[in-house]
Design a protein around this ligand. Structure first.
Ligand code: COA
Length: 133
C-alpha cells in the first residue's frame, strides 16, 4: 500500500515536470519491476538502472517551482556515489537536442556527448551522453 501511495505521488510530480508525456503510478511500478531504481523527494526524482559495470539514467525531473536550486545536480551526485560503490564504471543517458536546461545540467556534471540518434523523439534528435566514473 505504501509503495502505491509513493508511486501515485511520483506520478503527480512527473506530470508537473513532463506535462506533455505524464507517466502513471502503474508506469513507475513497471519500471521498478524491470529493475529500475528510483530516488525521489517532494520536489525531484531520478530513475536509473544498473547492469554490470554500466548504468543508464532513464529520466530525471525537478518540480518547476524548485528548479535552479541544485536538486538536479544533487540527485546526479547521489546516484553517482551509489553506482561507484557498486562497481559501475560508465553512466549513459539520452536527452532531446532542444532540452537546453537538461543538456547544460549534464554537461556541467561531467557528461560528454558521444553520439546522436536522429529524429528519436517525435522528430527531435536525441543526444547520447556518457560519464566515466
Ligand atoms: C533538467 C532539470 C532536471 C534540472 O534540474 P534543476 O534542479 O533545476 O538543476 P540544478 O539546479 O541542479 O542545476 C544544475 C546546473 O544545470 C544547468 N541548468 C539547470 N537548469 C538550467 C536552465 N534552465 N538553463 C540553463 N542551464 C540550466 C546549470 O548549469 C545549473 O547550474 P547553475 O544553476 O549553477 O548554473 C529540470 O530543469 C527539469 O526537471 N526539467 C524538466 C524535465 C527534463 O527535461 N528532464 C530531463 C530529461 S532528459
Amino acid at each position: 500500500m505504501q509503495n502505491v501511495n509513493l508511486l501515485g505521488n511520483l506520478a503527480e510530480l512527473h506530470a508537473k515536470c513532463f506535462p506533455h508525456k505524464p507517466w502513471s503510478a502503474a508506469d513507475f511500478a513497471d519500471l521498478q519491476k524491470s529493475g529500475c531504481e528510483i530516488i525521489a523527494s517532494q520536489n525531484g526524482f531520478i530513475v536509473y538502472r544498473a547492469t554490470c559495470d554500466e548504468a543508464e539514467i532513464i529520466t530525471i525531473g525537478v518540480a518547476p517551482d524548485a528548479r535552479r536550486g541544485g536538486i538536479g545536480a544533487a540527485m546526479l551526485g547521489i546516484i553517482e556515489g551509489d553506482l561507484k560503490k557498486r562497481g559501475v564504471k560508465h553512466i549513459f543517458l539520452e536527452v532531446a537536442a532542444d532540452n537546453a536546461p537538461a543538456r547544460s545540467l549534464y554537461q556541467n556534471n561531467g557528461y560528454k556527448e558521444i553520439g546522436v540518434r536522429p529524429k528519436y523523439y517525435d522528430g527531435t534528435d536525441a543526444i547520447m551522453m556518457r560519464k566515466d566514473i
